[in-house]
Design a protein around this ligand. Structure first.
Ligand code: SF4
Length: 489
């Protein structure tokens, strides 16, 4: 247990994320309350702020003599600058204690490309961006270069569309063939919900009707059907859903229509044919790894051969934009396994790959029952990401979007790579928060972007399916209320 005691509330979230990045396997508690901890305390930090300085001390137990201490002036600083100085001071101490450096330095947010994006929009040079990110956040040169490269590619993609007058649509299908060991998404086993899937589509149709009316004067730029696993729907159900979308919205400004087919054990020729007939332009077939033993550990009930067969089937049917998701840092995978995965992928030659670093959220089985899985080795290093980057390059793919998550293995990032002209527009729009995304379905989060992209407000739908089915009208009212609150037009 690592405890951080503050003399006053403020910055708990940022301090927690930073400390956790240095000690990923430890529980971390950051509080301004007096508390007694049952577990032995490994490191105790006292952070004391006054009007003109912040001081931090490290010791092995509360009240002991500190073995590391620093203080920093905050005189005349605004809240953002106080936060940056505090994080840099803590970073230096944590780095000294652990002898570690973090690739993204003190940056704990999930969208590091927003910084270079904003600077590029203001006309700043690469050198100015580099100097700022290094000095303010202690980011490594490699990550600064990556984020600038991606921000530039995102900007050129955004310039090709009138995103300010448009919006995008996300539809969540929260069913999966089985639950993967690392999963923390809104996902429920199809076997338990099969009889309610049509009710679920009924509820979605209510949200679709509402959205179509409210957004009739806006241009629909992209649609993303995700989950869960959308191809757990039968071919008839997929047909029903997409027909409803086509009847309800004007598709004339649609640049991209993605269906995250996802798990190969849910995909059939019939379903792919339905998607193709309805002009779905981009699909995902996600292996995560091409090592059978890992797929078995993860509880993904499909084979490596099934991934390949499904991929070739999709190509045969005519899909020319296929994404494949991979995860680095999976249980018991060596760097050789990762290399072998990429070798098999190179043969398939997908149009996009998205390389994730394993992020273990609280709700994942791998985290909830961590005692049961404590012997599983999970390693993710820069070498893994370099292997991915090199393989992507060899496949003619370049990085076009990037995001980070909490509790990521190795504290790295997720990167989407694409062939020229095949970058996922929706992914860029959602990452850079450039336009409103209306999100429908259980666990979906709508993001209203307004005031010329300077403000964003979220509206969350309930995650539980029964709740969603019985309370779908309330989900619509939530959106109406938010639209009234922000004077949406
Ligand atoms: S396929 Fe994706 S959403 Fe479904 S259980 Fe696995 S990780 Fe979760």
């Amino acid at each position: 247990m690592i405890t951080v005691k503050l003399n006053q509330p403020g910055f708990e979230y940022d301090i927690h994320s930073l400390v956790k990045s240095f000690y990923p396997t430890e529980d971390v508690s950051v509080t301004a309350e007096e508390k007694t901890f049952e577990e032995p305390v490994l490191v105790h930090m006292d952070v004391c702020s006054t009007e003109d300085k912040i001081k931090a001390d490290f010791c092995h137990a509360k009240g002991e003599q500190p073995y590391l201490g620093k203080e920093v002036s905050i005189s005349g600083c605004d809240r953002k600058e106080i936060k940056n100085r505090l994080k840099r001071m803590l970073y230096e101490m944590l780095s000294e204690d652990t002898k570690k450096e973090l690739p993204w330095g003190t940056l704990t947010g999930i969208r590091p490309t927003k910084i270079p994006m904003q600077f590029l929009e203001e006309g700043k040079s690469d050198e100015e961006i580099r100097a700022y990110m290094e000095k303010t956040y202690y980011c490594s040169d490699a990550k600064i270069d990556l984020s600038i490269e991606i921000a530039k590619r995102e900007l050129s993609l955004l310039h090709q569309l009138d995103y300010e007058n448009g919006y995008s649509l996300y539809i969540g299908i929260p069913f999966c063939p089985s639950t993967c060991l690392y999963c923390s998404f809104t996902s429920y086993p199809l076997s338990m919900w099969k009889s309610r899937v049509d009710d679920y589509l009924d509820a979605l149709e209510k949200e679709i009707d509402f959205t179509a009316v409210k957004f009739k004067d806006k241009k629909l730029n992209s649609i993303y059907i995700g989950g869960g696993t959308p191809t757990t729907l039968t071919a008839e159900q997929l047909d029903r859903l997409i027909r409803k979308l086509k009847c309800s919205f004007d598709f004339s400004n649609l640049l991209e229509f993605t269906v995250e087919a996802g798990r190969p054990d849910s995909i059939t020729k019939e379903k792919l044919m339905v998607l193709k007939q309805h002009d779905v332009s981009r699909i995902s077939i996600n292996p995560q790894t091409m090592k059978q033993k890992t797929l078995d550990i993860l509880g993904r009930h499909h084979t490596v051969e099934q991934i390949e067969e499904t991929f070739y089937l999709a190509r045969e049917i005519g899909f020319d934009n296929i994404n494949m998701d991979l995860i680095m840092g999976l249980p018991e995978e060596t760097i050789e396994d990762v290399k072998a995965t990429f070798e098999r992928l190179k043969v398939l030659n997908p149009d996009n790959i998205t390389v994730h670093s394993l992020a273990l959220k609280r709700a994942a089985r791998l985290n909830m029952f961590k005692e049961d899985y404590k012997d599983l080795k999970m390693v993710n290093t820069q070498e893994h990401l370099d292997v991915a980057q090199k393989a992507a390059e060899e496949m003619g793919l370049t990085p076009y979007y990037l995001y980070r998550q909490k509790n990521m293995a190795g504290n790295f990032e997720n990167v989407g790579y694409a062939k020229p002209g095949k970058a996922g527009v929706y992914n860029v729009l959602i990452m850079e928060e450039k336009q409103t995304i209306m999100a429908l379905g259980a666990g979906a989060t709508t993001k209203f972007v307004f005031e010329n992209g300077h403000r964003m407000e979220r509206v969350e739908n309930v995650k539980d399916i029964t709740n969603y089915l019985t309370r779908v009208d309330e989900m619509i009212v939530r959106k109406i209320k938010k639209m009234e609150e922000i004077s949406w037009h």
